[in-house]
Design a protein around this ligand. Structure first.
Ligand SMILES: [Zn+2]
Ligand SMILES: [Zn+2]
Length: 367
């Protein structure tokens, strides 16, 4: 099978859209998906800074969605024509997978980021026959087709706009899952979101849908305006005494804070904005040690890392599409579509903060 894909050959190169070859069909338990759209996530772009850990050349993309065109074996639970949203990979049999916490799978890093599943030799190659890295997040969806473990595919209502649903498998799942699962925020609870990108704005939408009261901190006026539109009180990150302002807006401090910035300064501000027993969740990877101010965790305050919104994708993705249909999770307003051929422009716009969530559409079909 031959199809177009965006290949990254070195950490500095632009993506090159070229023909790739899939030299064997799906193995037992796998499916082939014709990609209708694939979101671009910060983790795709972070490969450039992975210092050799993420193998290249590779086809990235881990927010794919599309239609099943082939199934491997009788036990995938899916049929040709089913619409599916693809999410992160997990082994399915380690303790955390068995405990409904697949984002903390013992094999998460190797399956999604660095090693990949054991492949048949040279199953996925470029046009010259040279091997490509194993599937990124079990999918490699910056392409017309992806081969995926059926375990990572969530069937959705075919009346939904499938080309836009891919980010429900990672970025939007992360923000919304933090609110629904990690915090279990309810009516009247208070939340501060630091960084109003795709993850932070999904958290704002989920908090509003839960009846929680949100303050959103960012330095881009456009993103603050979006946060306000989705129900948050906007606060510029450069405001003086940010924690004090948040405490005054939330009757003494927030129950929950979500940091998407990895800024040590903002993480300490977030801790100072928490009420006693408050919970700060971190979703971005820290690149430096994190100094904590004395007393930052006093009185039951806690800090934890949150991966993929503590989500079981098969449960959370249908919940998010249901909320979207009810007009209560308008994630499509954060999306701008690009033909897959314009992936470098999408990356540029993403890095420059001109788009919250690019979604790449193969075959140049834009919506
Ligand atoms: Zn596992
Ligand atoms: Zn992601």
């Amino acid at each position: 099978m031959r199809f177009s894909a965006a290949v990254l050959r070195s950490y500095e190169d632009r993506f090159a859209v070229e023909e790739v070859h899939l030299n064997a069909g799906p193995a037992d338990g796998e499916i082939v998906v014709k990609i209708a759209g694939c979101g671009m996530c910060r983790t795709d772009l972070a490969v450039r800074r992975s210092a050799g850990r993420s193998p290249l050349p590779a086809v990235l993309g881990h927010e794919g969605a599309g239609a099943v065109v082939e199934t491997g074996g009788p036990h995938t639970g899916l049929r040709n024509g089913d619409h599916v949203v693809l999410s992160f990979d997990s082994c399915g049999h380690c303790r955390n997978c068995m405990d409904a916490a697949p984002a903390y799978c013992d094999s998460f890093a190797s399956l999604n980021l660095f090693g990949g599943r054991k492949e048949n030799a040279a199953r996925f190659t470029d046009g010259a026959g040279d091997e490509l890295a194993p599937r990124w997040f079990g999918q490699s969806s910056f392409a017309e087709y992806a081969v995926v473990p059926a375990r990572n595919a969530v069937r959705v209502d075919p009346s939904l706009p499938i080309e836009l649903l891919g980010p429900l498998g990672c970025g939007f799942l992360t923000g919304a899952g933090a609110v629904f699962n990690s915090f279990a925020a309810g009516p009247g609870d208070t939340l501060a979101v630091f960084g109003a990108g795709a993850v932070g704005l999904a958290a704002v939408m989920a908090a509003t849908a839960s009846g929680a009261v949100t303050v959103a901190v960012d330095r881009h006026p456009g993103r603050l305006a979006l946060a306000e539109r989705f129900g948050a009180t906007p606060l510029h990150a450069a405001s003086s005494d940010l924690p004090g302002r948040i405490r005054r807006l939330t009757d003494g401090g927030v129950h929950y804070a979500l940091d998407t910035t990895a800024s040590a300064q903002l993480i300490n501000d977030a801790l100072r904005a928490l009420r006693p027993t408050g919970h700060l969740g971190l979703v971005a990877r820290l690149h430096t040690t994190l100094p904590l101010e004395p007393g930052a965790l006093d009185r039951g305050r806690r800090i934890s890392h949150i991966c993929e919104g503590d989500a079981v994708p098969g449960l959370l993705i249908p919940r998010l599409t249901g909320l979207w249909q009810a007009g209560r999770f308008p994630f499509d307003e954060l999306i701008r579509t690009y033909p897959l051929a314009d992936i470098n422009e999408a990356e540029h716009d993403c890095e420059a903060g001109r788009v919250v969530k690019p979604v790449l559409i193969p075959e140049g079909r834009s919506v």
